[in-house]
Design a protein around this ligand. Structure first.
Ligand code: SAM
Length: 307
């Protein structure tokens, strides 16, 4: 893990409100991770499972994540800031920061906390309804302790923003991260695995235990770094075809690939079997056993249906 948290003292750049450590000391960073249950009671929020509300209460974890955004002037979009455990640390450098929060009571409380940093703002709403273009200027880093309920759509959202997002630092459930790096044949391998390989480099940076959150989740979490990039040697059209084919070929797990594609694409077996054979893929394989290279071969050999 070559890029893990440099000490706050060694970080350069503009810092209007003192160092990260100061911000997490008696300042707003500490306020956002301490006394979380009492703060939630005060503002009338009972943590919602549906909204994936597990708030960070360990200031060291919050600092470690914030320190991953090394350039203190780098603009940030934060998904689901909650009470601001990460937001206050990120805003304390004076950077442009837009935090998108769906829970209106949390958004209001956070807005008051961010008043000291004019370049930081809260947008009320669902991140999935926003466009990075409207949220911030230039290429941004997305930061989130992701609400687990929207992990896959949030990853898809990040990658749909194109070159506007240059990097993402994300906390996700450990099991989910294992799915992303699962080899074909593993039961965890799925179309999201292929989708991410196609559009990004993903690295697991460190693990976070359940005790770092309130309420305490049942599972471990990890912090990931995701850097969007097109899979080398592929065209945009090929990547779009791979996405369409993986959705068609992996949706029905008990079916062979030939049957799944035949059904989903409305093609007869006299079309599908020769196609798969030409791409070097046995028609009786199941979709989740294919490597990304094999999906790309399928996309390249896909028959053009005329009519
Ligand atoms: N960042 C805070 C922290 O680390 O303590 C809170 C993280 S909590 C896991 C997830 C946050 O995302 C909650 O504040 C929740 O209300 C918010 N949220 C859930 N769904 C959302 C959505 N679709 N768009 C924006 N925020 C969302």
């Amino acid at each position: 893990m070559p890029r893990l948290a440099p000490s706050s003292g060694s970080r350069g750049g503009r810092r209007r409100e003192g160092s990260l450590r100061e911000a997490a000391g008696p300042g707003p960073g500490a306020a956002a991770t301490s006394g979380v249950p009492a703060t939630l009671r005060t503002i009338g929020v009972r943590p919602s499972r549906r909204l994936g509300q597990n708030f960070l209460i360990d200031p060291r974890v919050a600092e470690r994540i914030a320190a991953l955004v090394e350039d203190s002037a780098e603009p940030v979009i934060e998904i689901g800031p909650g009470l601001g455990a990460l937001t206050t640390l990120l805003a304390a450098t004076g950077r442009e920061l837009t935090a998108v929060e769906l829970d209106l009571r949390l958004a209001e409380a956070l807005e008051a906390r961010l008043a000291a940093w004019p370049a930081a703002r809260v947008v009320r709403g669902d991140i999935l309804d926003q466009r990075a273009d409207d949220l911030a200027g230039g290429a941004v880093t997305v930061v989130a302790n992701l609400p687990y309920s929207i992990t896959t759509p949030a990853l898809e959202w990040i990658l749909a923003q194109g070159t506007r997002v240059k990097r993402a630092v994300l906390m996700v459930q450990r099991e989910y991260a294992q799915r992303l790096s699962a080899a074909p044949r593993g039961k965890e391998h799925g179309s999201i695995t292929v989708f991410l390989q196609l559009h990004a480099e993903v690295r697991v940076l460190f693990r976070v235990s359940p005790g770092a959150f309130h309420p305490r989740p049942d599972v471990d979490s990890v912090v990931l770094e995701l850097v969007p990039r097109p899979y080398p040697g592929t065209t945009a059209e090929e990547r779009a075809s791979v996405e369409r084919l993986t959705r068609a070929g992996m949706g029905t797990r008990r079916k062979t690939l030939a049957n799944a594609l035949s059904r989903a694409l409305g093609l007869g077996s006299t079309t599908v079997r020769p196609w798969l054979e030409a791409a070097g893929v046995q028609p009786d394989r199941r979709g989740e056993t294919l490597t990304l290279g094999e999906w790309i071969a399928l996309a390249r050999h896909e028959p053009r249906v005329v009519g």
